[in-house]
Each structure stands twice: as structure tokens, then as C-alpha cells.
Ligand binder design. Structure first.
Ligand code: SAM
Length: 278
């Protein structure tokens, strides 16, 4: 065992800190997550980080015959256990790999309906993973890759995703998540629901990617660039944060106060700025 690994050990597996392994052990929390997902006939489900199958096993028990489940697990030892446990079930396929590199659109090409993605996500990579999924879900809206996502995350991350303008936690994650998805925080999960226990509170969130975006940036990359720059230093005015991208005069020309701070501006305003870039 390395220093980066915790000393928690089950009969067969040592929880690996570097893979953000906090295994769910509370049956009522597991039940509530599965109820929130609400598996139904013909679903194409994808689980990120199935681990020791705390969600996977009861989900498979509820799954209809015509549904499918793809398990994406980075830890080879756990993937081998999952293979032993579920490979006989033709509805289930197991892939060893990094969800951060996984191309969900190739999976979607093989299915008749968009994917339903869920997971108790490794907290150490949750923000880049969410950005990767948003990109995957929305890169080609016509492809309709992902219909919904249910994730366990640190509650602080869920708060940031759902934060309205003007709140302390409003920032890039709030804007990009809310630009692409309807965000529904569902319920909190305490540290005692896991082994080993994380130091922080967790929460379940439902993300529903919009089929038609309510606000549309001409170039999503421009929106991302503006939002990154605007929040690179929270306390700066947008005149300073966006220096080199748009001038104070250009902001005024689209009725935006250059002295305003990024955290007070709503998504429509950021889209407006992105669309005015030359
Ligand atoms: N689903 C299990 C549960 O609820 O008990 C395990 C959740 S644990 C918080 C996170 C899981 O994600 C672990 O199984 C870990 O090995 C896996 N994981 C970590 N990084 C990953 C990545 N980049 N891609 C895929 N799986 C990953």
C-alpha cells in the first residue's frame, strides 16, 4: 500500500484515495438514489465508477430485460471483480478506463435512445469530469447523446452548480452547468453513508441537458473563454477581467456596466458578451 492510499480495507479491496474511493454502504441512501434515477424499460444506462457495485447490484436487480448498463471503472482490481460478478449478464458490459477520456458519443451511436448517466463520482476529479460530460452531452445537440445524469458529488460542488447570480458560490461551474442543463439538487448524504467516510457532506444532483438551449451563444467556446476570464479573479470588475477580449466601450454599447463584478451578472449577460465578440 502506498502513502496515497488510505488504510481502510475490506476483505478483498483496499480503498484507493487516488481514485477517490468512498464506497456507499447505507441501504436507504442507495434506495433513494435508485428511486431518483427511476430505471425504466429500454434504458441505456452508464455508471461512472461502479466500485464495489453498491449502486450497480440493486440497479441490475431492477433493470428491465431490454435495458443495458455500461460500467466504466478505472481501477483494474475492481473491474475484475465486476467482471466476475456481472459478465454473465448480457445486459451488462464492463469497460476499464478513465471516464475523463471516455467518448460517450461512440456509445450513443450503438443505442436507439440517449444515454442515462449516473455515478457516485470520485470527488478528486468531479469538476473536470462534469465539464467533460457537459461537453459530451452538448457538443452535437442533434446527436442527443445524454438524456439525464444523476451524480453524487460534494455538496459544495452541487451548491456551486445550482448557485444563482449574486451568491457567493456562483461562478464558472454554475454558468456552464446552467447554460447546458436544468440543475436539480435532490438530497444531501452525510459522511456516515460511506466507507471510508469522506470529510465533507455530499449531495445528489440531477442534470437534464436541454434539447434546445434557452440561451444560445453563437460560439460556445467564446462563452467559455469569457466566463473563464471573468472569474479568473473574482474581485475584479469585468472591465479588468475581460481586458484584451472586450473594451469598456464595447461593454457599454451592449448595456453592460464595465464596473460590475462577474458574480453579479446572469447567464444571459455572459451570452450577450460572448455574442458581441468580433
Ligand atoms: N459507486 C461506488 C459506490 O457508490 O460505492 C464507488 C464510488 S467511489 C466514490 C468512486 C469510484 O470511481 C471508484 O470505484 C473509483 O475507482 C472510480 N473512479 C475513480 N476515478 C475514475 C475515473 N477517472 N474513471 C472511472 N472511474 C473512476
Amino acid at each position: 500500500m502506498t502513502d496515497s492510499e488510505s488504510n481502510y480495507q475490506t476483505v478483498s479491496h483496499t480503498a484507493r484515495k487516488r481514485f477517490g474511493q468512498n464506497f456507499l454502504q447505507d441501504a436507504s441512501v442507495i434506495y433513494n438514489i435508485l428511486r431518483a434515477i427511476g430505471p425504466s424499460s429500454g434504458d441505456h444506462l452508464v455508471e461512472i465508477g461502479p466500485g464495489q457495485a453498491a449502486l450497480t447490484k440493486p440497479l441490475i436487480e431492477q433493470m428491465a430485460k431490454d435495458s443495458s448498463l455500461k460500467l466504466l471503472e478505472i481501477d483494474r482490481d475492481l473491474a475484475s471483480q465486476l467482471t466476475l460478478q456481472f459478465a454473465h449478464d448480457e445486459r451488462v458490459s464492463i469497460q476499464i478506463g478513465d471516464a475523463l477520456d471516455f467518448d460517450f458519443s461512440t456509445l450513443r451511436e450503438k443505442t436507439d435512445k440517449p444515454l442515462r448517466v449516473f455515478g457516485n463520482l470520485p470527488y478528486n476529479i468531479s469538476t473536470p469530469l462534469i465539464f467533460h460530460l457537459l461537453e459530451q452531452a452538448t457538443a452535437n445537440p442533434a446527436a442527443n447523446v445524454i438524456s439525464d445524469m444523476h451524480f453524487m458529488l460534494q455538496r459544495e460542488v452541487v451548491d456551486r452548480m445550482a448557485a444563482p447570480p449574486g451568491s457567493k458560490t456562483y461562478g464558472r461551474l454554475s454558468i456552464m452547468t446552467q447554460y447546458y442543463c436544468q440543475v436539480e439538487p435532490l438530497f444531501d448524504v452525510p459522511p456516515e453513508a460511506f466507507t471510508p467516510q469522506p470529510k465533507v457532506m455530499s449531495a445528489i444532483v440531477r442534470l437534464l441537458p436541454y434539447k434546445d438551449l434557452p440561451l444560445k451563444a453563437d460560439q460556445p467556446k467564446a462563452l467559455d473563454r469569457i466566463v473563464r476570464a471573468a472569474f479568473s479573479q473574482r474581485r475584479k470588475t469585468i472591465r479588468n477581467g475581460l481586458k484584451g477580449l472586450i473594451s469598456a466601450e464595447e461593454l457599454e454599447a451592449i448595456n453592460i456596466d464595465p464596473g460590475a463584478r462577474a458574480e453579479t451578472l446572469d447567464i444571459a449577460t455572459f451570452v450577450n458578451i460572448a455574442n458581441s465578440l468580433k
